[in-house]
Design a protein around this ligand. Structure first.
Ligand SMILES: [Zn+2]
Ligand SMILES: [Zn+2]
Length: 390
């Protein structure tokens, strides 16, 4: 990104923070948290602290960061080095990122290119270049509304786990669109605040359905059907057993007589047809569907810094925005907060995209005039630069 482009983005961000200063609210227990930011020159600054909301607002207008972060952790001394901060506890946080969720549209809009031999392909990048074997592979990932819908779906599943299986009350769970590729879910002021990394690892394994065995569902090799029938799950059981039993109510198996209302009969019928190995694979598929695809690294990191709500994402110009009603939330409209003043751009390459209900592109090495929100979206991603208006 050249100086002029950086200046352009900084000017837009500064104006936004200046005009919307009153909407920047401090996280709870702000003075116990570490703050950090990335500048537009991509320098990361950490170990900051703010005492008042006013201080935070002034900082945003003055520094105009590319991205602003705050710690999920509470410290005695947030500005000291990591080992001296004195960890007191941390919010339980979850990150769901479109990158990690397989969607068919990725085959269309994601590309990769080998930096050694220039061989390229569509979809998810391979570990090694299929032509020369190099591991130096550049990715060009895009995120479309289908990717974001799939991501939202994972967030909905996650919230259900938090409410139903962990008994966390709804008012303690906050959901935000990240401003770019996914959703952040934060649990504040709960009894889970003091949990260490290992305990958080168990929570994320549970939500990801890791290590769920057939035995825990009551299926074991060599056991009689009568024995298994006694230990199979029923639909009103809590946790994974109940979730899987409920899922079976929606399934249809050829030749199965639906007159029995007991779900255990249906599970045993499926088991009888598939055998142990077949049923094991089938159960894995079910777990895959029902689990939430969270980033385990984020949840288990008790010192993590997380994007600050109501701030702009430097790669998109979109807001990290609270989703009051997740089901109806449309990130590509609801998180678009910049105005529609026109900007002259040179776009290197961009696929067709939709923002705020308007379609743009595709563009290929061309001059275009776009509204500010779409311009920052492309410039922030490094796909376009601003050209002189004179
Ligand atoms: Zn190659
Ligand atoms: Zn997509």
């Amino acid at each position: 990104m050249n100086d002029k482009t950086i200046e352009f983005l900084k000017q837009i961000f500064r104006e936004f923070y200046y005009k919307n200063s009153s909407k920047i609210s401090a996280p709870i227990r702000m003075n116990e948290r570490e703050f950090g930011y990335m500048s537009f020159d991509k320098v990361m600054i950490r170990h900051l602290s703010f005492q008042t909301e006013g201080e935070l607002r002034v900082f945003l207008v003055k520094e105009v960061p590319h991205s602003v972060y705050y710690s999920c952790a509470y410290y005695h001394e947030p500005t000291l080095s990591m080992d001296e901060k004195g960890w007191k506890g941390a919010d339980l946080i979850f990150d769901i990122d479109a990158d990690a969720i397989p969607t068919n549209c990725k085959e269309e809009h994601d590309k990769w290119v080998c930096k050694d031999c220039n061989f390229m392909g569509k979809g998810k990048r391979p570990e090694n270049c299929p032509k020369c074997g190099s591991t130096k592979i550049d990715e060009e990932n895009w995120v479309c509304s289908s990717c974001l819908d799939a991501t939202k779906n994972e967030a909905i599943k996650l919230i259900d786990f938090l409410l139903e299986d962990f008994g966390i009350s709804k008012d303690k769970i906050k959901v935000h669109f990240s401003g770019s590729r996914g959703y952040h879910v934060t649990v504040e002021e709960s009894s889970l605040e003091g949990l260490d990394q290992l305990a958080r690892n168990e929570i994320s394994d549970y939500i990801s359905g890791m290590g769920l065995s057939l035995e825990s569902l009551g299926i074991s090799k060599g056991a009689s059907y009568d024995d298994m029938r006694r230990s199979l799950p029923s639909i009103n059981e809590p946790g994974w057993r109940g979730r899987i039993a409920s899922f079976f109510t929606k399934l249809e198996f050829e030749g199965y007589d639906e007159t029995s209302k007991d779900i255990k009969d249906k599970i045993l019928y499926a088991y009888g047809k598939m055998g142990y190995k077949g049923f094991e694979d089938f159960a894995k598929e079910i777990v895959n569907k029902l689990s939430a695809n969270i980033d385990v690294m984020v949840t288990t990191d008790i010192h993590r810094i997380f994007r600050l709500p109501n701030t702009l994402h430097g790669n998109t110009g979109m807001l990290k925005k609270k989703c009051d009603d997740l089901t109806s939330f449309d990130p590509l409209t609801d998180a678009v907060v910049l105005n529609d003043e026109t900007v002259k751009l040179f776009v290197d390459k961009a696929p067709k995209f939709t923002l705020k209900g308007n379609s743009f592109g595709p563009y290929n090495s061309e001059k275009v005039i776009l509204p500010l929100f779409a311009s920052v979206y492309l410039v922030g991603k490094g796909l376009a630069k601003v050209i002189n208006s004179d």
